[in-house]
Write a protein of this length. Structure first.
Length: 317
């Protein structure tokens, strides 16, 4: 060990005698040190950026889940008002369908007056043959348990609650409360965020001709969007990113370009079948946009760190 140290000292002593070689060696070592340090710094800042983007993707997913759960809470409040209305309960018990529908129509009129244009209520008599209804309604009648989730109906895509109305454990009717999934757009806009629902092409067959003719356009792969419901710039950027950009979005869980940050969540219906995608995100423009904040943060860290590295290398030599 001592011999090795002695040999190294002799090597450095001889190297210093050759001034040209000495300064060349120092320069090479400095360049390699700066390059290696910059590589480590850039890798670290890139990893931090990725972690932030992934975290934001999870935040958007949680926000979507919470907003859907909030709809269930609001729907339950409407069901509670049904139970508090003796007139409608009596009419259901007596199978007085006309009286029940009159009260339900009053609810729907009040929804419209309050500006809830996409919210509606419907009554299903339990005394009728259940094969007259769709599967979700039949399931509630048979099992006397509620169903909540997203469903593609002939008039659109809805967040729905189908609730059995019971009296002394006897089913006296079923109330369906539904609201268009597209209302989530306005809710996300309150937080300066963007929401777009893309419907899987295989679900188009469930929509009526009136609900789909001239309203949907292709976006990417097998997904379509109800064009007039959303900002064309946002899903237009998804189209322009092409299949490669969409694959990157699917693989990484997010996509950042010069205009938008985008993430996505697969949407399943009440039966567990995937019916489409919720594309979530925000604009990159604006000093308050988190993408710009992350970019400025990483650039600042890189610049400061580079300055420190250069200062240390100069001090050493």
């Amino acid at each position: 060990m001592f011999s090795f140290i002695k040999m190294l000292q002799n090597f450095l002593r001889n190297l210093k005698k050759n001034k040209g070689l000495w300064f060349t060696t120092l320069s090479v070592i400095s360049i390699l040190g700066i390059s290696f340090s910059m590589y480590i710094l850039m890798t670290m800042t890139q990893n931090v950026s990725k972690e932030v983007y992934v975290t934001m993707s999870e935040t958007y997913e949680t926000s979507l889940k919470n907003r859907i759960n909030k709809k269930e809470e609001n729907f339950k409040k409407l069901v509670a008002s049904i139970y508090a209305n003796n007139n409608i309960l009596t009419a259901m018990e007596q199978n007085n369908i006309n009286a029940v529908e009159t009260i339900v129509n009053t609810y729907n009129e009040n929804f419209l007056k309050a500006g809830f244009n996409e919210l509606s209520m419907k009554f299903y008599p339990s005394s009728n043959q259940i094969n007259q209804y769709r599967n979700s309604i039949n399931s509630v009648i048979t099992n006397k348990t509620k169903v909540f989730g997203i469903e593609v109906l002939n008039d659109g895509i809805f967040v729905i609650l189908v609730e059995p109305i019971l009296k002394d454990d006897n089913l006296i009717g079923v109330i369906e409360i539904k609201e268009s999934i597209h209302t989530l757009k306005a809710e996300f806009e309150k937080d300066n965020s963007i929401f777009v629902f893309l419907l899987d092409e295989k679900m188009m067959g469930k929509l009526s001709l009136k609900a789909k003719t001239g309203k949907y356009r292709d976006v990417i792969n097998e997904y379509k969007v109800e064009e007039k419901k959303y900002d064309g710039n946002f899903f237009g950027k998804l189209i322009s990113n092409g299949k490669e950009g969409f694959k990157e979005l699917e693989d990484k869980g997010y996509l950042v370009d010069d205009t938008y940050y985008k993430t996505y969540k697969k949407i399943s219906d009440i039966n567990g079948a995937t019916i489409g995608l919720a594309i979530l995100g925000e604009q990159v423009e604006g000093s308050g946009a988190f993408v710009n904040i992350v970019d400025k943060m990483t650039k600042t860290v890189t610049t400061v760190a580079l300055g420190l590295v250069i200062s240390i290398l100069l001090f050493m030599f």
